[in-house]
Design a binder for this molecule. Structure first.
Ligand SMILES: [Zn+2]
Length: 230
């Protein structure tokens, strides 16, 4: 199939890259997850029903016998998993509600929460991205419960993603919630679309960073790296 035809049909001309280039080089077009304006017109139950039907078609086209006991329930399971679990972060209803506390202890150094494990999925191949997020912020007078940092990461991870966007979406959310520019997000992840297919590189990992406000100085970056290495 001519991938250029597809991208031209959709009206995308990304600096001459074909749809295939975009997928394999993991280029992306926007810092916001590209969503349709009517993304939430369908109820979750309707979405699960539709996905189940469509996924059984994929399995059928691949030649799988859907009457087999082991495969029979797969379309329903995949539909439920997509809507309720691994892509639940597409729905703003699922965004974690964040409560802030006064910074009673007047702790105004950086706070680092490291090794937050997350599972996401590559938006170009729909296979897993597995990684760790490290977050740092300096309080502007308010502090956030530590489990909330984790929840923010999980919310944005549960979307079809590219790592750069995931990094920025987490950073933007932290800046808004904490009302400060002084946030840092570092993500170290493995993309199964790189390790299990395509170039089949099993050892490489991708690191993306966001250093905002006071964190965007060589001294602070070095200090942060020092915490992460210990
Ligand atoms: Zn991919």
């Amino acid at each position: 199939m001519n991938t250029e035809t597809i991208s031209q049909k959709n009206g995308h001309h990304l600096n001459g890259f074909s749809a295939e280039d975009i997928g394999d080089d993991h280029l992306f077009t926007s810092l916001d997850t590209p969503m349709k304006p009517n993304a939430f017109e369908m109820s979750n139950d309707e979405k699960k029903q539709r996905i189940s039907i469509l996924f059984s078609e994929i399995m059928d086209v691949l030649g799988l016998d859907l009457t087999d006991d082991s495969l029979q329930g797969t379309p329903d399971r995949v539909a439920k998993m997509y809507v309720e679990e691994i892509f639940s972060g597409l729905d703003p209803e699922n965004k974690p509600k964040i409560a802030l506390f006064d910074n009673k202890y007047q702790y105004n150094q950086m706070l680092v929460e490291k090794n937050i494990t997350f599972y996401s999925n590559c938006e170009h191949h729909f296979v897993p991205i597995i990684g760790k997020a490290h977050i740092a912020y300096k309080s502007s007078g308010k502090v956030i419960g530590l489990s909330k940092l984790n929840r923010i990461v999980q919310y944005y991870a549960k979307r079809p993603q590219v790592q750069e966007r995931l990094t920025n979406q987490i950073a933007n959310e932290l800046k808004t919630v904490l009302d400060t520019e002084d946030v840092a997000v570092i993500i170290d992840a493995k993309h199964l679309c790189v390790s299990s297919r395509g170039v089949k590189d099993d050892t490489s990992a991708t690191v993306t960073t966001y250093y905002g406000g006071e964190f965007n100085t060589p001294a602070k970056i070095a200090e942060l790296q020092n915490y992460l290495n210990n």
